[in-house]
Design a protein around this ligand. Structure first.
Ligand code: GLN
Length: 488
């Protein structure tokens, strides 16, 4: 592997600023790496090499003029559910296979303003519904650590691209775990920020009260750099919090002496918890303790057991409303062969959407329908409030909570495709965090059977800096994040 594609963003920054390497050289190294390993990994839906080289040349001019920003000239990938002006944005769905947005998502615009380089768009489960990237309408992505296994999902493309050295970092979206679970399964850092910290404008909506964009990176410092670049108020998203983006890198002091860490018991009894995964997390907690953190083993969040059920009412309900727009008229796929307008609408949705997307739309439409609304949707909203208040209670006396990110390591392709419930259980540890709108980060903390294990660090609302600080301190004391899969 070329040494340039195994750098971190902060290392590449130093080389770029010292003119030891140009952004064009760096970008070319990534394009070559993609050529080499992409046939095996399949992390990209669309590659944009010409655009990347054009952006790299512009970045080199900006660096020469002395106004480089932290991401100027840095080659990145973007998950394919974020709008990119003039570049196809498919959501890995037949419905949007030929959709080219006329505008950039706010996050894409902000990366562009820093002069970042876009290599292409990352594969995903269709409309971000899934935990393995096998629901992509085009092809599954493979886990760089074992090509017979899934990378997780729905942001499997972004996680695999970063793990395989096919991008320095990527952006994903997380509605129930879609950044943290694939980050864990691929052995990279992934963060879902506090709800409202990052603008959702231009993110193709799945479940708007849960969706949040966040970074995938090779280490915590890069994750902080990426988050600082994309966070901050945006008047085009009504749920965007009215505050500027902090410099998250300045939070990385390396010092967590006295940090109050809670370990919620329910996350260790979770259904299907693998004992080797659990052991890796317990070892990681011992390291945090060695760094001076105070560990409280007696935290309980009893309503955690309802979180999965609440999610599978709320997320499908919101999705059934959000996906009503795909009617074959406004944009996207359209089936004109059917005859009447209603028949065309039906045929468009029948052929444009895959199985899982249709399952979610039906579940959601059912729970929102008259007569069932109170029993399902309204009840789920009430339980959501209880889950949120249990977290608030825990954060009165704790700075962060630590849990496994996923109950298992990467599973084999095809293992869970015939049983949706087994697939859904992959997110038991991440879903409660979305329900409560909290920041959560997954970082590498060991291996089980040769496959990466991720530790989840959860913070209170707007405690993103504390989460990053804890993760960074752990990372400094360990070397899991420096390992690479064997792909050549
Ligand atoms: N796997 C979960 C689902 O299928 C979460 C997906 C996500 O976070 N986008 O809904």
């Amino acid at each position: 592997m070329n040494h340039l594609t195994s750098l971190t963003i902060h290392q590449a920054r130093r080389l770029l600023d010292a003119r030891e390497v140009s952004s064009v050289e760096l970008t070319q190294a990534f394009l070559e790496r993609i050529q080499q390993v992409e046939p095996k990994v399949k992390a990209y839906v669309t590659l944009t090499p010409e655009l990347a080289l054009e952006q790299a040349r512009a970045a080199d001019r900006r660096i020469a003029e002395g106004h480089a920003a932290p991401l100027t000239g840095i080659p990145l990938q973007i998950k394919d559910n974020m709008c990119t002006r003039g570049v196809r944005t498919t959501c890995s769905s037949r419905m949007l296979e030929n959709f080219t947005p006329p505008y950039d998502a706010t996050v894409v615009e902000r990366l562009g303003a820093q002069g970042a380089v876009m290599l292409g768009k990352g594969n995903m489960d269709e409309f971000a519904m899934g935990s393995s990237t096998e629901n992509s309408a085009f092809f599954p992505t493979r886990n760089p650590w074992d090509l017979e296994r899934v990378p997780g999902g729905s942001s499997g493309g972004p996680a695999a691209a970063v793990a395989a050295g096919e991008a320095l970092a990527s952006l994903g979206s997380d509605t129930g775990g879609s950044i943290r679970q694939p980050a864990a399964l691929c052995g990279v850092v992934g963060m879902k920020p506090t709800y409202g910290l990052v603008s959702r404008y231009g993110l193709v909506a799945f479940a708007s009260s849960l969706d949040q964009i966040g970074p995938f990176a090779r280490d915590v410092e890069d994750c902080a750099l990426m988050l600082s670049a994309i966070a901050g108020h945006d008047r085009r998203d009504s749920t965007s919090l009215p505050q500027p983006s902090p410099d998250f890198r300045s939070a990385l002091s390396g010092n967590i002496r006295g940090l109050r860490v809670g370990v919620p018991v329910e996350y260790f009894n979770a259904q299907g918890m693998n004992r080797e995964v659990e052991k890796a997390i317990l070892d990681a907690i011992a390291i945090l303790q060695g760094l001076g953190a105070q560990i409280d083993w007696n935290v309980s969040l009893p309503s955690t057991r309802y979180a999965l059920a609440v999610y599978y009412i709320l997320a499908p309900s919101e999705c059934s409303a959000n996906l009503a727009r795909y009617d074959g008229v406004k944009y996207g796929y359209s089936d004109h062969t059917a005859g009447s307008m209603w028949e065309e609408l039906e045929a468009t949705r029948e052929h444009g959407f895959g199985q899982e997307v249709k399952r979610r739309i039906m579940l959601g439409t059912y729970s929102l329908s008259s007569g069932y609304y109170d029993a399902y949707y309204l009840k789920a909203q009430k339980v959501r409030t209880i889950i949120t208040s249990e977290f608030q209670q825990a954060f009165r006396t704790h700075d962060v909570l630590v849990t496994p990110t996923s109950p298992t390591v990467a599973f084999r392709l095809g293992d869970k495709t015939s049983d949706p419930l087994q697939m859904y259980l992959s997110d038991v540890c991440t879903i409660p965090v979305n329900i409560a709108g909290l920041p959560g980060l997954s970082l590498p903390c060991g291996f089980a059977g040769g496959l990466p294990v991720g530790m989840q660090i959860i913070g209170p609302a707007l405690g993103d800096a504390a989460v990053l600080r804890a993760a960074h301190a752990y990372e400094q004391a360990t070397e899991w994040h420096t390992r690479w899969p064997e792909l050549e």
